[in-house]
Write a protein that binds this ligand. Structure first.
Ligand SMILES: [Mg+2]
Length: 270
């Protein structure tokens, strides 16, 4: 069994139509790209998600650090319920939109400072996500310490209602109290999610909150790729998740967790 992943004891006897699917985007549905705007989405994946959305009566949501508009762009023509910016913005299944309140003046000033910092450190990328922003150092790992120090000083000094979120080679400033676990709780309180069994897939430390919530709700948590996790299952890559989601459409039910093992990089259903 992969390090950090554990199996649940309770029997899993839930049909796909009775599941609520919550899916992270980067590193989960799509491979991580050298730059965030270079990510590629397999057109077949979009078709699978559309079919899955239908199969579970619309109880499918994307839970991402990206803005909702960006998720829509990559997954078009799919329009799923979505929590963007780690849950700082929501689109519910009925299309209702909601955003965390922010001080636009403080945010604009902090963004300007972060952009200036990126301009002075070659390879560090500034990403503007409207109500949040990030500094990426995937192409300049030597600046990790400086990015960390800069962002730690910037937030909360300049943005008192914000907090930092660390991800893979990225640090983001986002409204306080928004995380993927809370996003799932909010969706699960509303139709068409309410009463269904949550299934969550994610690849990063930002997904651990979501794994915790899904485990507490006796759902199924799936870690994509390597790393310590409290998820119950592990699949090796976005491609492996895509095949797994496709298999749910055929079989009509997620396989019981106790019969899934991770073997030499492949997830095997016994
Ligand atoms: Mg991710």
């Amino acid at each position: 069994m992969a390090k950090g992943a554990h199996l649940i004891d309770s029997p899993w006897d839930v049909a796909t139509k009775d599941c609520a699917f919550f899916l992270d985007f980067d590193g989960t549905l799509a491979d991580i790209a050298p730059q965030p705007d270079l990510v590629k989405v397999d057109p077949e994946l979009v078709q699978i998600l559309q079919q899955l959305q239908k199969a579970c009566d619309g109880a499918l949501a994307i839970i991402s650090g990206r803005a909702i508009a960006t998720i829509d762009h990559y997954l078009q023509p799919l329009k799923a319920a979505t929590a963007g910016i780690h849950g700082a913005e929501f689109r519910f299944a009925d299309g209702t939109l909601e955003r965390a309140p922010v001080s636009q003046q403080d945010l604009a000033r902090a963004k300007q400072l972060a952009q200036e910092f990126a301009g002075k450190h070659q390879g560090v990328l500034f990403e503007d996500k409207e109500i949040s922003f990030s500094l990426h150092f995937r192409q300049a790992p030597q600046f990790e310490g400086q990015v960390e120090a800069f962002m730690t000083e910037l937030v909360p000094a300049r943005l008192s209602s914000y907090e930092l979120q660390r991800g893979k080679k990225v640090i983001e400033a986002k409204p306080q109290g928004c995380n993927k676990g809370e996003a799932i709780r909010r969706f699960m309180a509303q139709p068409p999610f309410r009463g269904k069994q949550p299934v969550y897939a994610g690849d990063d430390v930002t997904d651990e909150d979501a794994f915790g919530v899904v485990n507490a709700l006796r759902g199924l948590s799936v870690k994509i790729g390597e790393g310590e996790t409290q998820a119950q299952l592990r699949l090796q890559s976005p491609a492996a998740l895509q095949s797994w989601l496709q298999s749910l459409l055929v079989s009509g039910a997620p396989p019981a967790p106790s019969r899934i093992t991770t073997v030499q990089g492949e997830s095997v259903h016994e």
